[in-house]
Design a protein around this ligand. Sequence first.
Ligand SMILES: *[C@@H]1O[C@H](CO)[C@@H](O)[C@H](O)[C@H]1NC(C)=O
Ligand SMILES: *[C@@H]1O[C@H](CO)[C@@H](O)[C@H](O)[C@H]1NC(C)=O
Ligand SMILES: *[C@@H]1O[C@H](CO)[C@@H](O)[C@H](O)[C@H]1NC(C)=O
Ligand SMILES: *[C@@H]1O[C@H](CO)[C@@H](O)[C@H](O)[C@H]1NC(C)=O
Ligand SMILES: *[C@@H]1O[C@H](CO)[C@@H](O)[C@H](O)[C@H]1NC(C)=O
Ligand SMILES: *[C@@H]1O[C@H](CO)[C@@H](O)[C@H](O)[C@H]1NC(C)=O
Ligand SMILES: *[C@@H]1O[C@H](CO)[C@@H](O)[C@H](O)[C@H]1NC(C)=O
Ligand SMILES: *[C@@H]1O[C@H](CO)[C@@H](O)[C@H](O)[C@H]1NC(C)=O
Ligand SMILES: CC(=O)N[C@H]1CO[C@H](CO)[C@@H](O)[C@@H]1O
Length: 634
Amino acid sequence: MLSTGPLLLLASLVTYAYSATFNISTTGGNASSPLLYGLMFEDINNSGDGGIHGQLLKNNGFQGDSPGLTGYASVGGTSLSQDTTVNLTTAIQSSLKVSVPSGTTASVGFSNSGYGGVPVNAGTYANYFYIKGNYSGTVTLKLVGSTSGTVFATHDVTVTSSSAAWTYVETSFTASQSPDGSNVWQLLFDGSKVAGSALWFDLVQLFPETYHGRFNGIRNDVGEFLEAIGGSFLRFPGGNNLEGGSPGARWKWNETIGPLENRPGRQGDWSYPNTDALGLMEYLQWCDDMSLTPVLAIWSGLSLGGGIISGTALDPYVDDALNELEFLLGSTSTTYGALRASYGHAAAYDIPYIEIGNEDNLSSGCSTYASRFTAFYDAIHAAYPSIQIIASTSEDSCLPDPLPSGVWTDIHHYLSPSGFVSMFDEFDNYPRTTGYGIFVGEYANTETDSGTQLSWSNVQGAVSEAVYMIGLERNSDLVKLASYAPLLEHFGLAEWSPDLVGLSSAPDSLTGSVSYYVQKLFSNARGDTIRAVSADVDFGPLYWVASSTTGGIWYVKVANYGTDSQNVTVKIPTASGLSGTAALQLLSGSAGTSNGPDAVNVQPANSTLTGSATAGWTFDIPAYGVAVFTASPA
Ligand SMILES: *[C@@H]1O[C@H](CO)[C@@H](O)[C@H](O)[C@H]1NC(C)=O
Ligand SMILES: *[C@@H]1O[C@H](CO)[C@@H](O)[C@H](O)[C@H]1NC(C)=O
Ligand SMILES: *[C@@H]1O[C@H](CO)[C@@H](O)[C@H](O)[C@H]1NC(C)=O
Ligand SMILES: *[C@@H]1O[C@H](CO)[C@@H](O)[C@H](O)[C@H]1NC(C)=O
Ligand SMILES: *[C@@H]1O[C@H](CO)[C@@H](O)[C@H](O)[C@H]1NC(C)=O
Ligand SMILES: *[C@@H]1O[C@H](CO)[C@@H](O)[C@H](O)[C@H]1NC(C)=O
Ligand SMILES: *[C@@H]1O[C@H](CO)[C@@H](O)[C@H](O)[C@H]1NC(C)=O
Ligand SMILES: *[C@@H]1O[C@H](CO)[C@@H](O)[C@H](O)[C@H]1NC(C)=O
Ligand SMILES: CC(=O)N[C@H]1CO[C@H](CO)[C@@H](O)[C@@H]1O
């Protein structure tokens, strides 16, 4: 370092007081897990019903503990009740009774206000419902502004129904654009034909365009927004929502399959009912359509309410898991394989990863987890030796000793920004045991360094996650999978924040948090080999990782977790054939800035850099910034 007075004075005058040079090695390196970045999903904050799932009407099967008339309202003077004496099926145990006063002559019926309003966008809607009672005439379906009364869609369908049996009606119609999310769906009929009597309705369903046009599918807009993250796997169905408030209230695979009429739904773990219309086969369809590898969670005997089943009492639940696997993997000559085929999926699914439980080190589960894990592991591993099994905790004290060879373990982190930065080297010195791997199944910055809970991730927190992810990627010979959690919330219906993505019923409400953009940046820039980097600075506040693909693309991810801008030069001195033009994606902002409903303040910006592999490419990363550098063959 030169230390003459004038030079020091000059140095203090230049804007870029800090600089670093990274030399990327083109030899050696470790293979990176091809599945490193993925998605974790459970129904929380109405992320399933009212979130990603396409069905927009609330309480359509009167499921959960105390459905009542939630979501419904009378139109035109009818009186509504939940009728438990007129049921659709054994699973759907009640219906909506719509009583019409004597002397009625008008068009009357009922409305449903969806999950915080019905999203009404220009496009096609599919509508299904069951009707019971003597009626022959027109039924009018409408989408209407709740307070404005503006009609965005109106559609007549001729119905002939009787009191002897349920009549199923399916139709579709187009809607015009509503300016907001404050809309209801209405079903109206000729009141003069029912005056002094009643009609019954059940399982009303309204779908906008679905992802890949699937029946009972996920929303297309949400699917595309999540697809853009570029994740490789989907962990489902939880999370705590797998566990149940009690063992009997756990997520039961066999009650989430087949016709919706046969799915009873359940009271989810997050204080609202789950319809289970987004069921086992729908999750796997989502995986297929988004090219995600399924990571299926199996109930492990632990419920969130503290009820734990262990010892021989667990045997039926182990059998149930084997039945689930027969359903997914068995030939069509097996009982459950035949059931799968009868539901339209003759081919066996591919289930390469199974996680036994969720956070079994919590909820008093630690002392029994080793034996519970072993019961499931032994049965599943014997029947399906090629399935990779993952334990739901990495706490040694809760795991079998020794851990069976080849088992991976899950670890979760909900931390402050400095907590994540201090975890940068968490896996640097982990033992590399053949066959062992880590799944970071959930992580998110949830509070500031001073302990304030966040509703939305901010720039400082998202950069701290990037620092942590750089640590994961540097160790992605060991860290096989990692997923931010939770994935999605419905604004105003959220019990856990922050979430990666939010939406409401309003048009264009889908909002990516700052963390969403970090996930997207990192996930879409993955090499298959992690390369050694020699640098002229130490880690902190700059953090980096370099990788390359077999196609000759080079990525360098850099996070600046400092309050000064940093001038970075990337050299790949021994690379040949690279273009002189490299791409830079840069995300930065002031530490406390968040995205939120109708306010995307922080997004990555693209630029191009001119340089060469030997001279390098130079760019600045502002304070609290994340950069992804890409050099490609000429
Ligand atoms: C109504 O539920 C009962 C069981 O509670 C069942 O026996 C009956 O078949 C159901 N009705 C229909 C129409 O499925
Ligand atoms: C419905 O119509 C059938 C056939 O006309 C009749 O037998 C039945 O009593 C009617 N039910 C009601 C509730 O009016
Ligand atoms: C689903 O399986 C469980 C056993 O795990 C059983 O108790 C339950 O009755 C089954 N549900 C249906 C609808 O068959
Ligand atoms: C359980 O594991 C999580 C990390 O996965 C950790 O944050 C938590 O402290 C552990 N709890 C107990 C009681 O060991
Ligand atoms: C490869 O992994 C080993 C640990 O097994 C580590 O010491 C080394 O730094 C890694 N190399 C790269 C390029 O990440
Ligand atoms: C980068 O590599 C060049 C050429 O091999 C070498 O001269 C330089 O010292 C290296 N810089 C660092 C920071 O390792
Ligand atoms: C920025 O670059 C990335 C990677 O090439 C690309 O996927 C993205 O579409 C670009 N964004 C814009 C706004 O051009
Ligand atoms: C980085 O530092 C160099 C050397 O001080 C300077 O020439 C350059 O303008 C700085 N910024 C960028 C974006 O290259
Ligand atoms: C804490 C919180 O806001 N919880 C809400 C979660 O969402 C359900 C509705 O789906 C609300 O009833 C809860 O109050």
